[in-house]
Write a protein that binds this ligand. Structure first.
Ligand SMILES: [Zn+2]
Length: 257
């Protein structure tokens, strides 16, 4: 919490000392430039790595639990592939969380409803998933969250306390919008890169060797490839005696209703 504020103070003090050093001819101007670059680099890292919780509290992992529980999470649906994901989860008796885009929920309300009816949970993943959403003002982001909440409520008659920012990007406006919307920010501890990597074995190898109790895995229910990877993953999870449960249960977050 407030990490960026501490780092900002340290960078400002260090820049001030470097500037004084430069003025009195003790240090070269490069020290000043170096400190500014470090400051920028740390901020960029904080923006793109949700696991750091750099700008405010994010949940990226649960503490290790003896019951060998993890959470599989699926972003960017619902869409027709979601049905195949749900079939597989049923077959292997696993529960997951789907971070849904509001517009997709309006398009496929019956699939969103099936998610809830099957005992999984839904999280909010914005209404439009716009590429430039990270540059929006806090008020605009809160509207995106509200519109997605409305779509989820209409389709499933349920609400969610969870928000996952598109692309995992966090910044002070995301934190403000989530506070105003009463949402917990959910990240991940294992990113499968299933939308980027074409080779299914490589995707699986990014997950299985690292997977242990408490982990939150990021997948996308938007392609045939992920469906095939999921089947292999579920077989491995059974062998490893790992059980997927909805991420709000893993993190012990209370549902709004
Ligand atoms: Zn997304």
């Amino acid at each position: 919490m407030l990490k960026h504020q501490y780092i900002r103070i340290i960078i400002v003090i260090a820049s001030f000392v470097a500037a004084i050093g430069y003025l009195y001819d003790y240090w070269s101007i490069y020290w000043f430039v170096l400190i500014a670059l470090i400051g920028l680099g740390l901020t960029a890292w904080g923006v793109f790595d949700i696991r750091l919780g750099y700008f405010g509290k994010t949940h990226s992992k649960a503490s290790r639990n003896s019951s060998k529980q993890v959470s599989l999470t699926f972003d960017d649906g619902p869409c027709p592939y979601t049905n195949q994901v749900l079939d597989l989860l049923d077959q292997y008796d696993m529960k997951a969380t789907f971070f849904c885009i509001g517009q997709q929920v309006l398009k496929y309300p019956e699939i969103a409803n099936r998610i809830i009816e099957s005992g999984h949970s839904i999280g909010n993943h914005s209404f439009t998933h716009r590429k430039d959403i990270a540059f929006s003002k806090a008020g605009e982001m809160a509207t995106e969250i509200q519109l997605a909440d409305d779509a989820i409520a209409k389709a499933t008659n349920s609400t969610t306390p969870m928000y996952r920012p598109p692309f995992g990007v966090t910044n002070p406006n995301v934190i403000k919008a989530c506070k105003a919307s009463n949402k917990q920010i959910i990240g991940w501890s294992i990113r499968s890169l299933d939308t980027v990597i074409k080779d299914e074995k490589r995707i699986l190898n990014r997950i299985v060797p690292r997977l242990k109790a408490g982990d939150i895995v990021l997948l996308h229910d938007t392609s045939e490839r992920t469906v095939r990877v999921l089947e292999q993953l579920l077989i491995k999870m059974k062998e490893m005696n790992l059980q997927s449960i909805p991420v709000d249960r893993l993190l012990k977050i209370e549902r709004n209703g």
